[in-house]
Ligand binder design. Structure first.
Ligand SMILES: *[C@@H]1O[C@H](CO)[C@@H](O)[C@H](O)[C@H]1NC(C)=O
Ligand SMILES: *[C@@H]1O[C@H](CO)[C@@H](O)[C@H](O)[C@H]1NC(C)=O
Ligand SMILES: *[C@@H]1O[C@H](CO)[C@@H](O)[C@H](O)[C@H]1NC(C)=O
Ligand SMILES: *[C@@H]1O[C@H](CO)[C@@H](O)[C@H](O)[C@H]1NC(C)=O
Ligand SMILES: *[C@@H]1O[C@H](CO)[C@@H](O)[C@H](O)[C@H]1NC(C)=O
Ligand SMILES: *[C@@H]1O[C@H](CO)[C@@H](O)[C@H](O)[C@H]1NC(C)=O
Length: 421
């Protein structure tokens, strides 16, 4: 309360100054700020008041759960605070529904148990069933993944699902995650499931380029997800967009190392939902295994992915910068000869430039059963500096509409029996 009064007094002081200086035009902005301050007065639940000792490497699991419970029960806007310092945190589920809006501000560094054997579930910190949620602060979620990566190398196995994901958001609506860092997760860094209207802004994801299965942000079964001004360096996909994702906006993301920004893989399991409304804009991808790609499994159940747009992307030494792969079949876990039944349509790749680390800069390999429809490609300028010669493109079962700059020539060698119009 005192802090609030101070802020208000301070603002009034500034307003007075503005008027004194004759800058009357600033006044409305100052008044707007005053309103923001007064509506944002949330009750603070500091974990130190719930038994967390100040930093060191004290275990704050119980304190955090208790602070969350009280904050969640408050009808007022509430804020759980984890102040600066380093803390040990075991698996926690911070669940709703809560009675008012709730913010978790993490300024400190949270460390997961290093040994995966100490963790029972596939999530380290899980937020679920919360509406009007904010996760903020300059803090770090350190998954301490090194031990798990060496003990359980997922790149050599079919499935690594049981390692914990650093942060899970399950069924969270109207949410914002800003300024936090996810470090060295054991599996995916962030998983978004069943969320609506949820924004990631100025988030940092960091793990070594050779860390297995450490996707940056994975989205599934969610609508209206924005990822803005976010930097992702990791060992697997920077962002992966799974089935049931709709209205996903990705802008101002830097990616690399990692495996790029990916829609899919789709079509591996029965009962998958369609994907639609994907926008990837103004992103820079550096030194990754792939750039922007759409991948579906062969021999899949029927499905669709539509309205996907990739624009203003800079590639710096990227393998497979532009890739549609409808024969995605790692570990040969599929019948590769049977075509994918995922229909891909209404796609654009526009203003994509930079350098490729593989000679094939564009590969558009669509399903022979359901060729890609309505794909627009314009202003592509991707160079390759290998001994084999300049960059090339490979196309099958696709007849894109091409405009603007074409380096390499797009689909000069298109193949496929049932090329669509
Ligand atoms: C909500 O805030 C008001 C005024 O700040 C206070 O009087 C009230 O006790 C708070 N309610 C709860 C449940 O904390
Ligand atoms: C989306 O969520 C934000 C953050 O909670 C909120 O300010 C905004 O009003 C929400 N938008 C809609 C359409 O509900
Ligand atoms: C995504 O961006 C487009 C324009 O780029 C906008 O029309 C749409 O509302 C955005 N979606 C969300 C969920 O913010
Ligand atoms: C593009 O993204 C960068 C961050 O990578 C950001 O600084 C810049 O403002 C963005 N530009 C536009 C036009 O959105
Ligand atoms: C693709 O876009 C066209 C308009 O350009 C629209 O008529 C069609 O319904 C879209 N296809 C899908 C599957 O949404
Ligand atoms: C692709 O087509 C060009 C010109 O049509 C030809 O010179 C080149 O050899 C072809 N490349 C492949 C891999 O078929």
């Amino acid at each position: 309360m005192n802090i609030l009064l101070f802020l208000v007094t301070d603002l009034l002081g500034e307003m007075k100054q503005c008027i004194d200086m004759g800058k009357r035009s600033i006044l409305p902005a100052a008044i707007a700020l005053l309103f923001l301050t007064s509506t944002a007065k949330s009750q603070v639940y500091d974990v130190r008041k719930y038994g967390a000792s100040g930093g060191g490497s004290s275990d704050i699991t119980q304190a955090l759960v208790s602070a969350w419970k009280e904050a969640c029960a408050s009808t007022n806007a509430s804020k759980v605070m984890v102040p600066a310092g380093t803390y040990v945190l075991n698996e926690v589920v911070l669940g709703g529904p809560c009675k008012g809006s709730i913010e978790v501000q993490v300024d400190g560094t949270l460390k997961a148990p290093a040994d995966p054997a100490q963790m029972k579930t596939d999530g380290w910190v899980t937020f679920q069933n919360v509406d009007q949620f904010t996760l903020s602060g300059g803090g770090t979620f350190d998954g301490q993944g090194k031990t798990a990566w060496t003990k359980n190398d997922c790149s050599k196995k079919k499935d690594c699902k049981n390692l914990p994901i650093n942060i899970r958001f399950n069924f969270v609506t109207n949410g914002i995650v800003k300024d936090i860092t996810s470090l060295d997760s054991k599996q995916f860094h962030v998983n978004v499931l069943g969320c609506k209207n949820f924004t990631f802004q100025h988030v940092t994801v960091t793990a070594p380029g050779d860390s297995p299965n450490t996707d940056g942000i994975h989205i599934g079964r969610s609508t209206g997800i924005n990822i803005i001004d976010t930097g992702i360096k990791t060992g697997d996909d920077c962002i992966s967009i799974g089935d049931g994702s709709e209205q996903i906006n990705i802008t101002g993301v830097t990616c690399g190392p990692g495996h790029g920004i990916s829609v899919g893989s789709l079509g591996r399991y029965p009962g998958e939902q369609p994907v639609s409304g994907i926008s990837v804009k103004n992103c820079t991808i550096t030194g990754t295994m792939n750039g922007v790609r759409i991948k579906t499994w062969p021999n899949s159940p029927a499905g669709s992915a539509t309205d996907m747009h990739f624009e203003d992307i800079t590639m710096d030494n990227v393998g497979n910068p532009v890739l549609i792969d409808q024969q995605y079949c790692p570990w040969n876990q599929c019948t590769a000869e049977v075509p994918s039944q995922i229909k891909i349509s209404n796609v654009s790749f526009k203003r994509i430039q930079g350098t490729s680390s593989t000679q094939v800069a564009l590969k558009l390999a669509c399903s022979s059963r359901y060729p890609c429809d309505n794909v627009q490609i314009s202003d592509i300028d991707i160079r390759y500096h290998g001994a084999e010669g300049p960059a090339t493109s490979l196309c099958s079962n696709i007849k894109p509409m091409i405009s603007g700059k074409q380096n390499p020539a797009i689909c000069a060698n298109a193949t496929g029996s049932s090329v669509s119009q």
